[in-house]
Design a protein around this ligand. Structure first.
Ligand code: PEP
Ligand code: MG
Length: 607
């Protein structure tokens, strides 16, 4: 058979296949952008069965020993996984390592393990029963606390369940999921994928991932994004329709899975794959280019930092500083509140790494979903949060009630300030009195440090505020008299303005940062800042979406802080537009009463 005959035979075969298997298109959540085409590798995992099993008092010790060996085995497995990280891209390591560390920490002298031992002893149940019950109880409490600032507690709940499942599998000797049979370039299809499974995926071998369950903000999605694997999660009906070995297309941009694709779909997908590869190269080159609009306006692009491990990614991203250091990380996963010395060392390390670029340190933003055990142990926060934590003792409110905690952190920041430019950011401010009170404490801490012989600059690092409540935005002109800079937190601003919990799936479609009310409040904040000539930046998720960049520029913003991986895309948007065009777009948008029209205007502007 010559080449032409072979081609014709191939297309006849393809047509025959198309006749018998028609294309199926399933919709899910776009978890990681990119398009993948490949043979389906279907993977399932039978759940580890645990039936409640009572033991005799005489067996408590033996059950304890079984638990110890399961802990040891689980730790070994996780350490092995951790050693595999070295082969992954640096960005992926930054995402996965802290997760594995969190698992490992939970397998140490943690609340989970303490609780399991107690259950074996006091309730006389088998080790697997105790693990399952304790993990579920802790996860349930954490999930119940999941509120305003996103899915933090839901994630922690998932982590506890995950560690529990691993222990149970090792206790019951149930087999783990394996990807060993996947061929090069395969598309992995599963009912659900745990974060630890995702960490096992080799991005050089697996082209794409689709699952029936899972959401966009879970750890699995974060890990898939870190690995750069085109992924769609939550595609209902996937497992019923898919056949191992058949071809599938995963479109992680629009969130579709195409099974048995037609020739047209295949050629479209191939074009998309090629265009993605070109795009990635172009974005890589952008790192070194200036962040400037076509008409010469310089726009500052900074990065948000949540874990010190992200620092190398920030350096790689081309960000010109840290616009939001969420200092909560310093207080998490530990038994005691960090001392002034410890905090000072951490801040100094970050400031030194940023080598002259400004670091904006937000003081502790303790809120409902951010469970910090050390604060509970120290009696700083109550063990049980209020019924409505988003409206309770959050952010600056807690710090003003707990001056020791606040003063220690301020002292640590001031001591680190000699290492480079720093700004101090107050979370959840709603009135001028809070800024005045915070400033009085700030000055007092500085005086005390000077008395201790610490050299501080005459003018202290700027003290600014998050504008993340409608109250703060509406009074921005008054707050600008007291604050030295504003950082707009669009995540909370959107939640409080629209009365929609940012972590709540049921009302997710109402969480709309393009709602006219949110845009007007952003506009008022910018005007308030301008009336007193103080800098204003935006550091919520809205800033990370390049589609929003022209609108935010048109509103007058010139400083953005986003997750490190969004910096090149936002820079691309900045470099592709003029301020005049952005302003024209924004004027039109501000006249709209419906965000659907705004979305259309943005889409038209983009093309
Ligand atoms: C915000 O609310 O937009 C913000 C940046 O703060 P966080 O997400 O930490 O609440
Ligand atoms: Mg916030």
């Amino acid at each position: 058979m010559n080449g032409t005959e072979a081609d014709r035979a191939g297309s006849l075969l393809q047509n025959a296949v198309e006749d018998t298997l028609s294309e199926r298109r399933l919709f899910g959540i776009a978890a990681c952008a990119g398009v993948a085409i490949g043979p389906v590798f279907r993977t399932t995992e039978a759940p580890a069965q645990v039936t409640r099993h009572k033991i005799h008092a005489a067996d408590v010790q033996a059950e304890g020993a079984r638990l110890d060996s399961a802990i040891l085995q689980s730790r070994k497995q996780l350490m092995k996984l951790r050693s595999r990280l070295a082969v992954l891209p640096e960005e992926s390591q930054g995402e996965i390592a802290p997760l594995l560390d969190a698992y490992l920490q939970m397998l140490g002298p943690s609340r989970l393990i303490r609780g399991v031992r107690k259950r074996i002893q006091e309730r006389l149940v088998s080790a697997e029963t105790a693990v399952m019950e304790e993990a579920n109880a802790i996860a349930h409490t954490l999930a119940a606390m999941a509120t305003p600032d996103g899915p933090g507690s839901q994630r922690q709940a998932d982590e506890v369940r995950e560690v529990g499942r691993r222990l149970v599998r090792n206790l019951t000797r149930a087999p783990f999921r394996s990807f060993a049979g996947a061929v090069q370039g395969a598309v992995l299809i599963a009912e659900s994928l745990r974060p630890a499974d995702a960490a096992l995926i080799d991005p050089a071998r697996i082209a794409g991932v689709a699952t029936e369950e899972g959401g966009t903000d879970g750890h699995t999605a974060i890990l898939l994004r870190a690995l750069g694997i085109p992924s769609v999660l939550g595609a209902a009906g996937l497992m019923a329709d898919v056949r191992a070995g058949s071809t599938a297309i995963i479109d992680g941009v629009i969130g579709t899975v195409i099974l048995n694709p037609s020739i047209t779909s295949l050629s479209n997908a191939r074009r998309a794959v090629a265009s993605f590869a070109r795009d990635r190269q172009r974005l890589g080159r952008l790192r070194r280019l200036a962040s400037v609009t076509l008409d010469g306006e310089i726009v500052s692009l900074q990065a948000n930092l949540e874990l010190p491990i992200e620092l190398p990614m920030i350096a790689q991203s081309g960000a010109s500083g840290i616009g939001l250091l969420r200092s909560e990380f310093l207080f998490m996963n530990r038994d005691t509140v960090p001392t002034e010395d410890e905090q000072a060392k951490t801040y100094q390390n970050v400031i030194e790494t940023m080598a002259g670029d400004t670091v904006t340190i937000r003081v502790l933003d303790w809120g409902g979903e951010k469970e910090i055990e050390a604060l509970v142990t120290a009696g700083v926060v109550p063990e049980l949060v209020d019924d409505n934590p988003a409206l309770g003792l959050r952010g600056i409110r807690l710090l003003l009630r707990q001056p020791d905690l606040f003063e220690t952190q301020l002292a640590a920041i001031l001591r680190a300030a000699h290492a480079g430019p720093v700004r101090v950011l107050l979370p959840m401010v709603t009135n001028v009195a809070e800024i005045r009170a915070a400033r009085a404490i700030y000055n007092r801490v500085a005086d005390r440090l000077r008395q201790r012989g610490v050299t501080l600059p005459k003018i202290l690092p700027p003290l600014g505020i998050m504008v993340e409540t409608p109250g703060a935005a509406l009074c921005a002109d008054a707050l600008a008299v007291e604050a030295e800079f504003f950082a707009i937190g669009t995540n909370d601003l959107c939640m409080y303005t629209l009365a929609v919990d940012r972590g709540e799936v049921e009302v997710a479609e109402l969480y709309d940062s393009l709602h006219p009310a949110v845009l007007r409040l952003i506009q008022m904040t910018i005007q308030g800042a301008a009336s007193h000539h103080i800098p204003v930046s935006v550091c919520g998720e809205m800033a990370a979406n390049p589609d929003m960049t022209p609108l935010l520029l048109g509103l007058g913003l010139r400083s953005f802080s986003t997750n490190a991986s969004a910096v090149p895309r936002v820079k691309q948007a900045v470099r592709g537009t003029t301020i005049d065009d952005c302003q024209r777009l924004t004027w039109q948008i501000l006249k709209q009463s419906d965000s659907a029209q705004t979305r259309e205007l943005i889409a038209t502007f983009r093309h």
